[in-house]
Design a protein around this ligand. Sequence first.
Ligand code: CAA
Length: 258
Amino acid sequence: MNYQNILVETHDHVGLIILNRPDVLNALSDDLMDELGDAVDKFEADDSIGALVVTGNDKAFAAGADIKRMKDSGYMDVYMGNFIGRNWERISTCRKPVIAAVAGYALGGGCELAMMCDFIIAADSAQFGQPEIKLGVIPGAGGTQRLTRFVGKSKAMEMCLTGRMMNADEAERSGLVSRIVPADDLLEDAMKTAKKIAALSKPSVMMAKTAVNRAYETTLTEGVRFERTIFQSLFATDDKNEGMTAFIEKRKPDWNHR
Ligand code: CAA
């Protein structure tokens, strides 16, 4: 696929996807989402890639779904075309870790896209919001559900009902982002973090991601049982033997990802 709306780079086992519609604050068009899904497919299939980073530019991660392209759509257009369901959620099914590096606006679908990633590193300039209510609609890519799980009912309800934005400090306090870095350091920091993950044993990284995600989908008892099974299964891997032997021999592990 020839990308018109994103830029894709590879750095030391990390796949970097840069949303690239700067004239419209990276508004998420259907074409952009198709390209994003294609890039995720390719990075996921590439054995040399251990983690992904998704970012935008200084002014916007993404200001939401493309309002100009949605304006003339009716119910049957979005229902029969499976708008959002068709191509927006690919990133949330990626088996490799995905970090969202957010500077500037992450609004509407932009906030939802960031929340589909495994964690968000925010620049001090970041602003998060679900302003769809001001357009006569509601969040449509998981905002009412994921934001509520991240920040709790009260803040999520206020944001979805009023469109109020949350700055980086509030987002960190509320658990929406893992940490804040100066805007100038955002990409470097996110890439460094992704490289650290990509240098670990792939099966244990993928299983850790699966286990943490399970916490959002099941009870505590079931989740802990699931974690125990995964933990025990990792004792069947070469990398468990290598990791523990390397620790005892005071050397760096040499993973074979098996
Ligand atoms: N869709 C299409 N174009 C957008 C856009 C969007 N979501 N957000 C910004 N743009 C465009 C603007 O129309 C403008 O284009 P023109 O120069 O052609 O007029 C350009 O980007 C720059 O934007 P502004 O001039 O508005 O920039 P600003 O700095 O004054 O304001 C902003 C920035 C507060 C983010 C404002 O652009 C804004 O409110 N954007 C819309 C945010 C929004 O409502 N997002 C939700 C979309 S619906 C959705 O996402 C549904 C879902 O859940 C999936």
